[in-house]
Design a protein around this ligand. Sequence first.
Ligand code: UDP
Ligand code: MG
Length: 316
Amino acid sequence: MAPRLFIVIPCYNEQEVLPITAPMFLEKITSLSAAGKISEDSRVLFVNDGSKDRTWSIIEDLAKSDEHYIGISQSRNRGHQAAVLAGLMEAKDLCDITISIDCDGQDDINAMDGMVDAYLDGCEVVYGVRSSRETDTFFKRFTAEGFYKFLAMMGAEVVFNHADYRLISSRVLNEFANYKEVNLFLRGMIPLVGFKSTSVSYSRAERIAGESHYPLKKMIALAVDGITSLSVKPLRMIMGFGVFVAMISFIGVIWAVVTALLGKSVSGWASMTSIICFVSGVQLMCLGIIGEYIGKIYMETKQRPRYIISDRTWEK
Ligand code: UDP
Ligand code: MG
């Protein structure tokens, strides 16, 4: 029997783009089920992430217009990662496969064919990988590619140029449900679950309408989350850093003693001050890194819910 597919789409303040892209998702479901690759009762699941505009009422109207559209709403804005997780967890007991995708039309919807084919060939996870970023601005491209390289350098392995466009089978999701951390970095966590996986490449287009919600600040926050939730390499680097700085200060001390012996101690004042400033700067930075991890531990110990669903377009 053909698998039941749920397309999971996080939406935050997307009133401009949703009316344009929603029919495209529905069309994809219709054509895939006509080809006999997925079952006819597949669904497009929108996750409203506490939008402040008309996004939720648009989703409710869509749900009324066609049974293939369904939606859930988070009680408030929790960020993209939490929205995707909420959708996946909602979908996992209702379907055989999920595909998560942004709602702005940037990710090529036609790549879903290849993803479903790979699933039918026995893959449980299929990563959508961007083949080009020609349409992104130079700044976005530079920061986004820097993001992946920096992550890899810091010991957080992720699939290069893969964001959150991917197919996951419900079997993998049921295992993934046991990963209880609140610091979410889905693209780094899913590979940890294992199972047979592959990737499908697609070219990334421009946003159809509306504006990006991932300015540099949020991207840095995501990178920090990614590193600290996947790796302890920065903590180890502190150690090496400490040794390095200690060696430099040692040279500084010898130098200070020598200048003092030569009776030129006053002229060494500036260099001593710079060494002190440098060392205290490094110390503060190291404390900051440790603090980042302690903050993570603090959040994890609370075991707060990662998402709260306040509304559904259907009766559960
Ligand atoms: N999004 C979300 N919650 C947020 C921010 C974004 O659910 O707090 C959704 C947004 O509606 C979109 C996806 O996440 O479907 C990706 O966001 P965006 O297109 O703004 O990011 P970019 O593609 O520029 O990285
Ligand atoms: Mg986008």
